[in-house]
Write a protein that binds this ligand. Sequence first.
Ligand SMILES: [Zn+2]
Length: 196
Amino acid sequence: MSILKWIRQIIGDDDSSSTETEHDSLQTQEIFHKWIIINEGGFQIVSEDEVEIKKYWNDIEDVELRADHVILKVKGHPDINIPNTYFEWYNFIQQVPPGFQSFDYQGVQDIMAQLTPCFVCGLISVNHTRCFNCGFDSWEPMNYNLPPREEYYREAQLHYFEPFEGEPLNLSNAAKSGFKTDPKWTCLVSPEDFGN
Ligand SMILES: [Zn+2]
């Protein structure tokens, strides 16, 4: 599944006034309401159907890093607050060019080092109990509404890896979006599960 289609799906789910989706028991979280497109010399903030912010690094006077958001100081404009619930945030903080006086470049390394493996997508992308790549929450032993652990992760993987519109199946946990691969990850689904 491509990143953008995955996000669109999550955002699409969020249009509903109800959280009772067919995947409700999987703790799918509609966390990515917007995403960051990083490009040559700058970035864009995109919501479902429009580019909301487009900036070049030359426009940015300074950048401040917090544990879950960054604050961009823009010449002659209000600050821009970018929370980690914007998809690609963890990639974005690693792409901030050198030379911003207030930016804590070592703090980026600390934030990345605190992430833990996701048993769904196989990246090192979980902050506390939530994956900031695939959007799934970790299975919780004390949450009796959830299926058993392996069943939970298998169901989540079936959802996450389901190809869209004729795209090839790709059961890979290759590093992406700034997140590293978890070499110990176990894929619980097979091509047969997708009719291949
Ligand atoms: Zn994940």
